[in-house]
Every structure is written in C-alpha cells, then in structure tokens.
Design a protein. Structure first.
Length: 258
C-alpha cells in the first residue's frame, strides 16, 4: 500500500472514531510502528490531526483545530440544524457576512433560499458555491489562503473588511466557556473580530460539543452577539453559566412554540 493511500485511510478512521491507536494502525496496515509514526507526523504537519500518547486525535485542543477537510465530513446534522435556525435571521435584500469553517459553508449554501442577497465572505467553499448564482452579489475577500481553514486570512482580509458594512455577520467558533468564545488561530481571530466590527448585528454559531471548552485565544464576549445558536442543549452546568451571565442561547433542535 502506498503511503498516500495509508494516510487517507488513517484520515477516514479519524473521521469515524475521532482517535486512532498506534498499535492498532501498525497491525491494520502490517507496517512498523515507526512507519505509523512517520504517517502521523506527516498528517500532524499538515494540520489534520494532533499526536497524543499512543496514537492521534482530531479532537480540538487549546492550540489545535483539525483540517477543514476533516471538519466538513463531521456533524452534518448539527450543521444543518444550526444553519436553518441562522437562516431565520436573514431577509432578502440584506448584506450578509459569513466567516470561515465547514459550519459556515453549510449556511453559505442555504443563503440561496433568501436571494437576492449580497454575501461577503473569506470562505473559499462559499465562494465556489455562490460565484455563478443569480441573485447573489458575491464579495470575495482576498488575503493569504489557508488550506487548514479553506479561507483567506490576514492583513489584506482585515483591511477589506474595514471598508465594508453588513446587516449581519455569522461567526463560528470551536470553543465556548463561560461567557467567552475562543479560537486557537490568531489570524482567524482577527478576521472574525473584523467581521463583527463591520456588521450591524452578529450571530455566533457553536456546536454543543464545543461548549465548556477553551482555546488559545479569547475571540469575543458572548454578550457582544445578538444571537448565540447551538444545535442541542449542552450539559446543565453550561446552561446555568449562560443563564447566570444573561446570555440567551438558541437551541436549533428545539421546536418553536406554535
């Protein structure tokens, strides 16, 4: 088996199980542990995983978020539920900002239901999907391309955002704890902050599994968002923290009363 094929199978196992075991991989592929170590080193260098004792994981850490190619294959139902709830905040004719991330990419496609719209984004997946659609004025933000986030980031992106204004910005985050949203990448943090500053309203999107976790950088105070949307109710201690902080959490899986 070629190295590239073996590494792709490791990625597939990570998507399915979130973790892999070094000994199991060596047995599965009939290779030495050193060969597996080299495979994991390559994938870690590419930002796909992080090595831990005895194997590897794609679970986010304070300084790690898995590659976009991994994240776009995870949590499809949760992303759809949050995107549908977020879509309720959009009306035809609006100017909408959408940030990087696989969650945001799902929302980006759903925005077609609300056209005509002006969509401002640094998300390459959204750019590709919307670039030829009627009824969409697409403003694609430039900058330095990040394969890890499948998005454009950096000074050029931030400068462009400073000269634009949107009705609402949709911001995703990999970690929320207490009343703060976190992110592990400083360039992504600056771009998200620039979007928030350039929009009249802002909405935070966070998977319930990421609530109760931190990352390297504080991105924003939840009180600064007009809406905070998650897919399912988090554990009670986290819910209590939101209530004590006066943060209204919208849970996409809950039915609106009729």
């Amino acid at each position: 088996m070629k190295r590239e094929e073996r590494q792709q199978l490791i990625v597939n196992l990570l998507v399915e199980n979130k973790t892999v075991d070094l000994d199991d991989l060596a047995d599965r592929f009939t290779v030495s542990k050193m060969t597996v170590h080299r495979d994991l080193d390559d994938l870690e260098q590419a930002g796909v995983l992080r090595k831990v004792r005895g194997g590897a994981t794609i679970d986010a850490g304070t300084q790690f978020e898995s590659d976009f190619r991994i994240r776009e294959r995870q949590g499809g139902e949760a992303k759809i539920a949050m995107a549908q709830k977020a879509l309720e905040l959009v009306e035809p004719g609006m100017t909408v900002m959408v940030n990087d991330g696989s969650m945001a990419a799902v929302l980006g496609e759903m925005l077609l239901q609300k056209r005509p719209l002006t969509v401002i984004t640094n998300n390459a997946a959204i750019m590709e999907r919307l670039k030829s659609e009627n009824g969409i004025t697409l403003i694609a933000l430039g900058g330095i391309y990040s394969a890890k986030f499948n998005a454009y980031l950096g000074v050029v992106t931030e400068e462009a955002l400073s000269k634009l204004r949107a009705d609402i910005a949709f911001i995703s985050t990999p970690a929320v704890s207490g009343r703060l949203a976190y992110h592990m990448d400083d360039n992504a943090v600056r771009t998200k902050r620039a979007m928030i500053a350039s929009a009249s309203r802002s909405c935070l999107l966070v998977n319930h599994e990421r609530i109760g976790h931190t990352a390297l950088h504080v991105m924003a105070d939840l009180a600064g968002f007009d809406a905070v949307i998650t897919d399912k109710a988090p554990e009670k201690p986290a819910l209590d923290e939101f209530e004590q902080a006066g943060i209204a959490l919208t849970i996409a899986s809950e039915q609106d009363p009729t």
